[in-house]
Design a protein around this ligand. Structure first.
Ligand code: BG6
Length: 435
């Protein structure tokens, strides 16, 4: 592309994604500042003159470099920016996930990038942290007196965190096949969700206070070793099937090889601390499932006495729907109106974002990129968090390696391998049951 084509793309995207709510004259003025520069990220710094030139009229302003590249290029780019004199002490760098593919490669990247950019100028993106519903988790827990006192092993039976996608690998087979669901979704997005459900009350909403509490959760995650990998995890890979009424090929056809990469994973995780000991956190994610649905379900324990008869009243559930249909649902037991005995019915208080707030709310990236510009680090992963998440994921990857075997097959459009439903040992429901 050249600058003109790129400006056109920016203008069209603006019209498409934020129609009508911006001042046209300001948009036109903004576009004049947009330039498109092509360079080889692996070329020596001396070849980076076009970039220096493009940035030359911005001297004095804070520079932000957002690397949406393969992680293997992060360190080289940071070094070249430094050699070309483009990485001053105020410059910021944004790194897309994944940060490496295990603890060792992530350390290498963080050391290399860290030699040029200080930690307080390094923004590691996990776009789930920019989602409105994910940010709401902290508000729901710590701005409502009725939630936090029951938020522990004393009252909670188990937690389910599900991120199901109907998409397949969508032209990213090269990346995905080396990664798999554990590295692509669990090590980052799902563990971040788990942290926000499980963390202790931070001393403030300051970024570092929250990140310190998240780190404590990650450090308390029980390692899954070879002895319990079979009972605590399920790996799956999709075969051809029907998704939303459309026939789709299997994973191996999409990547063009007989692959052992998992496209589905279910894990029974445990947080070993006083608040959560003994409460399973069921983590599940998969590609080419029957639909796109991300939600967190907190299931409470049964009442201590079955006053209305054994099994008459089911457990309370708090369901946080992250996407689509963002909302919060609280299932309570109610008396079904009518004479002739007491019949109990489970009914939900149901808050949907659309009905309650109505307005367009920003995409995760809008929020995150604005935070980079403002210098707010709170929604970005600190280096020690990434390390701790890799330590846990590495142990599981090693256990799978030792176990050998292949992921179980599941039909595209289904709920994943059947064993994953059996893991929910405290609750007879199939995990896919709509909430
Ligand atoms: C990305 C993963 O980080 O998140 C993708 O690499 C996945 O494989 C995507 O599809 C899901 O994001 P969202 O916002 O659509 O849930």
């Amino acid at each position: 592309m050249d600058t003109e084509a790129f400006r056109k793309l920016v203008a069209e995207s603006r019209e498409k994604f934020a129609p009508g709510d911006l001042d046209r004259a300001k948009c036109a003025d903004f576009l004049k500042h947009v330039e498109y520069v092509t360079l080889d990220a692996t070329a020596p710094a001396s070849a980076w003159a076009p970039l220096s030139q493009a940035l030359s009229n911005g001297n004095g302003n804070t520079r932000i470099y957002y690397l949406s590249t393969a992680p293997s290029l992060f360190v080289g780019i940071a070094q070249r920016l430094s050699e070309a004199g483009l990485a001053g002490p105020d410059a910021r760098i944004v790194l897309e996930k994944p940060i490496g593919r295990d603890l060792a490669s992530s350390r290498e990247i963080n050391d290399g990038v860290g030699a040029v950019f200080a930690e307080h100028n390094t923004f590691r993106i996990d776009h789930y942290l920019g989602k409105e519903t994910v940010q709401n988790l902290l508000v729901l827990r710590f701005a409502n007196m009725m939630v936090e006192p029951v938020w522990s092993r004393a009252y909670i039976d188990h937690v389910q965190i599900t991120v199901a996608e109907d998409l397949g690998v969508e032209g990213r087979a090269g990346y995905y096949d080396k990664s798999g669901a554990l590295r692509d979704m669990v090590q980052n997005h799902i563990l971040q969700l788990l942290c926000l459900v499980a963390l202790e009350s931070p001393n403030s909403v300051d970024g570092d206070a929250i990140r310190t509490e998240k780190l404590k959760v990650l450090s308390a995650l029980k390692r899954i070793g070879p002895a319990d990998v079979a009972s605590k995890t399920v790996r799956g890979q999709y075969r051809a099937g029907l998704v939303n009424g459309k026939a789709v090929p299997g994973y191996n056809e999409e990547v063009g090889a007989a692959s052992k990469t998992e496209t589905f994973v279910a894990i029974k995780a445990e947080v070993e601390n006083w608040r959560w000991a003994g409460v399973p956190f069921y983590l599940r994610t998969g590609k080419r499932m029957g639909g796109r649905r991300s939600e967190i379900v907190v299931q409470f324990k049964e009442t201590p006495v079955p006053l209305f008869g054994e099994g008459a009243a089911g457990p309370n559930r708090l369901v946080m729907r992250l996407q689509p249909d963002e909302g919060v649902k609280l299932w309570l037991n109610m008396k079904e109106p009518g004479p002739g005995g007491l019949r109990i019915k489970s009914a939900a208080l149901d808050l949907t974002y659309e009905e309650e707030f109505g307005v367009r709310y920003p995409d995760a990236y809008e929020r995150l990129l604005m935070d980079v510009a403002r210098g707010n680090l709170g929604l970005f992963m600190r280096r020690d968090e990434v390390d701790a998440a890799w330590e846990w994921a590495d142990a599981l990857l090693a256990a799978w390696e030792e176990q050998g075997g292949e992921p179980s097959a599941y039909a595209a459009g289904s709920n994943g391998p059947t064993q994953s439903a059996l893991m929910l040992d405290r609750d007879g429901r199939a995990w896919w049951d709509p909430e």
